[in-house]
Design a protein around this ligand. Structure first.
Ligand SMILES: Nc1ncnc2c1ncn2[C@@H]1O[C@H](COP(=O)(O)OP(=O)(O)OP(=O)(O)O)[C@@H](O)[C@H]1O
Ligand SMILES: [Mg+2]
Length: 396
């Protein structure tokens, strides 16, 4: 493989640690965070706040919090406010409060000993230091569920009620807690729960078209112009949508598919590269399920496999699929089944996850009744179908 040949322009834009400056479809939630923490800009020290950011896997919680934090840092700078944003992933500390607080305090006291001080003492030092240096602080505790699980109500209570015993003093420490599911807070006692749950920002799962926008923006940053066609982005968005609207999954797929394209020395990321990427990431349909399909279902799949092997488009219209099936039937000396019967096959194969069928989307993007092969590489499907049709013929 020549090293200069690549579909990528800058693959680091698909790295999991890269956070784009703009997060499409999260503007409203970012404004809501802004409203909750606006006091840091307007009346710093007069109050503090605790906010929960909740959403499913890959809905942009970490990205949104980091973007928001960076934004707040630049806004406070303009106002000459001493402000720090600290983002901690609790899971990296296995949810233990002591090392988490130690990590926070070392931002200000780099020599603070890692051992020998209990969480309460570190917290007291932290409050004292930010008081002395007149610093305002927003700490995000990401994957907060691991801390709840490990430390329980007491620790959460300590964090959420820090300022209650010192009401005449400026309040300098606010928290943003990130959770995948509010259920994680159910084990907390009632008073801790109620303090925690006053301000909640929810990130709903992305829809398919939102995922397309997110992926389109990444494609522009990461790939050479023309290397990823719209249909391929559409297919990736569809897959990420089925994976609970997980943007990370879509971005990872794009990266991996790009790698497959480079390895094959293609100029473009083809739908087949996406399928290879998916089958490498998640277990796809079991071979045994494919082998136990009916004879004509297999003929139909063989036709689709050949079509997708020879064509770079991600989708096929159902009429075209029927024609390809007709050709395969001729080859196997079979008379083709009716249109209605084929439609039943399509429904069954979609249920199995072998195919993906989109029905009646004419108004949305001018496409009707089209099929895609989301997760099995066409070449692999062709091989399995040919082999099993051959065996079935032998048995007849
Ligand atoms: N609206 C968006 N625009 C651009 N990129 C996004 C958007 N939402 C998420 N992403 C990207 O998708 C990936 C996953 O997002 P992120 O890590 O923030 O998810 P998360 O909600 O924290 O997931 P988890 O629960 O697994 O921690 C990241 O690469 C992120 O940059
Ligand atoms: Mg996250």
């Amino acid at each position: 493989m020549s090293l200069t040949h690549s579909v990528f322009n800058d693959e680091s834009k698909l790295d999991i640690n890269y956070i784009p400056a703009k997060l499409p479809h999260r503007e409203k939630e970012q404004r809501l965070l802004g409203a909750f923490f606006n006091f840091i800009l307007q009346c710093p020290g007069k109050m503090s706040q605790r906010v929960i950011l909740v959403g499913d896997v890959g809905t942009g919680k970490t990205a949104l919090a980091k973007n928001f934090g960076a934004d707040l840092v630049s806004q406070t700078k303009r106002k000459n406010l001493k402000f720090h944003y600290i983002h901690i992933n609790c899971r990296e500390f296995r949810g233990s409060l002591q090392p988490i607080l130690h990590k926070i305090v070392t931002t200000f006291c780099s020599n603070y000993p890692a051992r020998g001080y209990a969480a309460d003492e570190i917290l007291a030092t932290l409050i004292q230091v930010i008081e002395e240096e007149e610093i305002h602080l927003l700490v995000t505790l990401d994957e907060f569920d691991s801390l709840i699980q490990k430390e329980g109500s007491d620790a959460v209570y300590k964090l959420t009620r820090i300022h209650e015993t010192r009401q005449d003093k400026p309040q300098r420490l606010s928290f943003l807690f990130i959770l995948r599911d509010l259920k994680a807070t159910e084990c907390l006692d009632d008073s801790t729960k109620s303090t925690l749950q006053q301000n909640i920002v929810r990130l709903e799962r992305y829809g398919k078209f939102q995922l397309m926008d997110i992926l389109d923006a990444r494609v522009v940053l990461a790939f050479k112009s023309g290397a990823v066609e719209e249909d391929v982005v559409d297919l990736v968005a569809e897959l990420a949508y089925s994976e609970t609207g997980n943007a990370r999954f879509g971005i990872e797929l794009l990266w991996r598919a790009g790698k497959y394209a480079d390895a094959s020395e293609f100029d473009q990321v083809r739908a087949e590269c996406i399928r290879s990427a998916v089958s490498a990431i998640i277990p796809t349909v079991r071979r045994s399920e494919l082998v136990s399909l009916g004879f004509h279902e297999k003929l139909f799949l063989l036709a689709l496999a050949r079509h997708f092997r020879d064509n770079t488009e991600a989708y096929i219209q159902i009429g075209e699929a029927e024609k390809a099936y007709g050709v395969v039937c001729e080859e196997y000396d079979e008379s083709p089944k009716s249109h209605t019967q084929i439609w039943l096959y399509v429904q069954y194969l979609s249920k199995l996850g072998v195919l993906k069928a989109e029905v009646g989307a004419a108004e949305v993007r001018g496409r009707t009744n089209r099929l895609s092969l989301p997760s099995i590489p066409a070449a692999e499907l062709e091989q399995v179908m040919q082999h099993s049709l051959h065996e079935a013929k032998g048995e007849l």
